[in-house]
Design a protein around this ligand. Structure first.
Ligand code: ADP
Ligand code: MG
Length: 218
């Protein structure tokens, strides 16, 4: 469903252009899971931002079901962000003025795919079933993180992009949350690309690749 071809991305800095991605290639089949590893600063978040349509590459192509993402206009990109993907970042980006139930359903509603039965199932599986009327500030860090996972999956997006989603949890909790995350991704029928530092967590996904010196190696 996803193919990345010869993707290049640089940032302009005070010291001149910083080449971060130098010809990245990768593919992800529908329904499969890929762990993206690589040392800090290797460009993992940069790649996720490009895939999410939050930033544009200098050159190269991102194909979604064979259709290029790169040459879409702003409206189509906004639609991709709203309807095509689910994002789980390390900062949860929950909406503080909305309760748990509304945060969970937020993106699914925008995408026109709110399904109360699926939302209730997600809430129950994520241990949020009794917390639906609370606000994000009234949740523990782990509960906020599970809510962010639920929100990303509520609309059953084709692609879930996760940037170190369990990075702030201890080892035992991150193993447990990751197992739950992967199971729910599968139930949602989504593909997932997950950035992680942890070879232990990466081993739980179907495929692995490493970003190094601007390129991806298996
Ligand atoms: N907006 C930006 N402007 C300038 N440099 C950036 C910007 N975003 C990231 N970088 C730099 O690009 C490199 C890759 O960053 P990033 O994609 O966040 O790496 P990773 O997620 O693998 O740690 C780093 O050297 C970082 O400092
Ligand atoms: Mg990063």
């Amino acid at each position: 469903m996803l193919a990345v071809e010869q993707l290049h991305k640089s940032y302009s800095t005070a010291q001149g252009p910083l080449q971060v991605l130098r010809g990245v290639n990768l593919t992800l089949a529908r329904g499969s899971s890929l762990a993206l590893m690589g040392e800090s600063g290797s460009g993992k978040s940069t790649l996720l931002h490009l895939l999410a349509g939050l930033d544009r590459a200098d050159s190269g192509r991102i194909l979604i079901d064979g259709q290029p993402l790169d040459n879409r206009g702003e409206t189509a990109l906004a639609r991709w962000r709203r309807e095509g993907i689910g994002l789980v970042f390390q900062q949860y980006n929950l909406i503080s003025s909305l309760d748990v139930a509304a945060n969970l359903a937020f993106q699914a509603r925008l995408a026109g795919r709110h399904d109360p039965v699926w939302a209730a199932h997600l809430a129950a599986r994520l241990g949020l079933g009794d917390l639906l009327q609370r606000y994000p500030e009234q949740l523990s860090g782990g509960q906020q993180q599970r809510l962010a996972i639920g929100r990303a999956l509520a609309g059953r997006p084709g692609l879930v992009l996760a940037d170190e989603p369990t990075g702030s949890l201890d080892e035992a909790s991150s193993d447990e949350v990751l197992a739950l995350f992967l199971q729910l991704v599968q139930e949602a029928g989504s593909s997932v690309l997950m950035v992680t530092h942890s070879p232990r967590l990466a081993a739980r996904l179907q495929q692995r690749c490493v970003l190094h010196q601007g390129q991806v190696a298996a």
